[in-house]
Ligand binder design. Structure first.
Ligand SMILES: NC(=O)c1ccc[n+]([C@@H]2O[C@H](COP(=O)([O-])OP(=O)(O)OC[C@H]3O[C@@H](n4cnc5c(N)ncnc54)[C@H](OP(=O)(O)O)[C@@H]3O)[C@@H](O)[C@H]2O)c1
Length: 319
């Protein structure tokens, strides 16, 4: 059997443009391993690209059908000639093909061995697949915002994929963390160690004392309104790329330091968070698991904008 199943974007549009396709199982190069994917993580960028929005869509518009997916977890089934660090049968996870190649929504993926983290026995592969892109975004945003011990840090969208990890990483840095969410997510967000602030109740700036750092996972008008929560001279990191310029311009007018960011794959950061997962110092919430062939449902959920934690696709045999 040299064939594998994948879920591909056949044209830009609604979730229904996602369709299963058959492809050849890739052959790993000397420095790669072949991973039989158990779970693929779903991220908002997958849905944006499917809709034809953003850089990955522009780059791949003449390259459809294109297989999205940047987060994978599974088992090594073949190793390239020069691979020393991984062996057949090992459980691995990683942030792959970002941003141009994608490819995670597939039963088999060939990946550079040094781009993968080992997954400890106690960590479910579904959780390992939910971690890479969201976890590294959370880590890098807190680094950029220099969120430190005793800083007051406000995280917008604390219940989402990036937000629920960012809360826990900021708490681990001993910051004083506040996070916005709806009433339905107050208990979830508080349980992660943040003071939950219901954004439906009143403008955030009326509900909390000024903060040192704003981690803006909403962008646009919501990110701009939240600038009023930041102390003079405070720091802002705005994550959604499409509105980053607008948020940064307004922040600068208000005397704040502001930056956008694009997450950059880091196996070291992934390894560190894997160790936290194993030690029970980081919890990942999986809102839903869908079979790969139901990826359209996962995209519809993500686009509704109220996912609690992460969504993963069950691709192949799990353990
Ligand atoms: N630049 C980069 O490299 C990069 C990397 C990763 C992600 N991103 C972007 O960052 C954003 C967040 O990603 P994500 O994966 O965390 O998204 P996500 O998981 O889809 O976020 C969903 C969460 O947003 C919350 N939410 C919706 N409206 C809200 C509001 N008005 N105020 C506060 N929370 C609200 C929802 O909570 P409630 O149900 O409680 O409202 C829900 O839990 C996306 O735009 C994504 O594309 C960018």
């Amino acid at each position: 059997m040299n064939a594998c199943q994948q879920l591909a974007i056949t044209q830009f549009g609604q979730p229904s443009v996602l369709a299963m396709q058959t492809a050849e199982i890739p052959v790993p190069s000397d420095s790669q391993v072949l991973v039989r994917v158990a779970y693929a993580g779903v991220n908002p960028i997958d849905a944006k690209t499917r809709a034809g929005l953003g850089w990955a869509a522009q780059q791949n518009k003449d390259n459809l059908p294109w297989v999205p997916g940047y987060d994978i977890a599974g088992k090594v089934v073949k190793v390239g000639a020069n691979v020393q660090e991984l062996a057949v049968g090992e459980r691995v996870a990683g942030f792959v093909g970002f941003p141009l190649a994608g490819g995670g929504y597939s039963e088999y993926v060939a990946v550079e061995a040094d781009a993968l983290s080992r997954v400890a026995k106690g960590v479910p592969l579904a959780n390992a697949a939910a971690l890479p892109l969201a976890g590294q975004t959370a880590w890098q945003a807190l680094d950029k915002g220099q969120a430190d011990e005793n800083d007051r840090v406000l995280i917008l969208a604390g219940a989402g994929g990036v937000g629920h990890i960012a809360i826990q990483l900021a708490v681990a840095r001993r910051a004083n963390v506040m996070a916005s969410c709806s009433a339905a997510n107050m208990a979830f967000v508080s349980g992660l160690g943040a003071t939950a602030v219901d954004y439906h109740q009143a403008p955030l700036a009326e509900q909390i004392e000024p903060v040192d750092v704003l981690i803006d996972l909403m962008g646009g008008d919501i990110g701009i309104a939240a600038l009023d929560c930041v102390k003079a001279g405070g720091r802002v990191v705005t994550i959604p790329t499409i509105t980053a310029d607008a948020v940064c311009e307004q922040a600068q007018l208000q005397g704040l330091e502001a930056e956008g960011m694009l997450v950059s794959p880091s196996v070291e950061q992934n390894n560190a968070m894997m160790a936290m997962l194993e030690a029970g110092q980081l919890q990942l919430h999986i809102a839903a698991q869908y079979p790969l062939s139901d990826g359209a449902k996962a995209h519809s959920d993500i686009e509704a904008g109220h996912t609690r934690g992460k969504i993963v696709l069950a691709v192949g045999s799990s353990e």
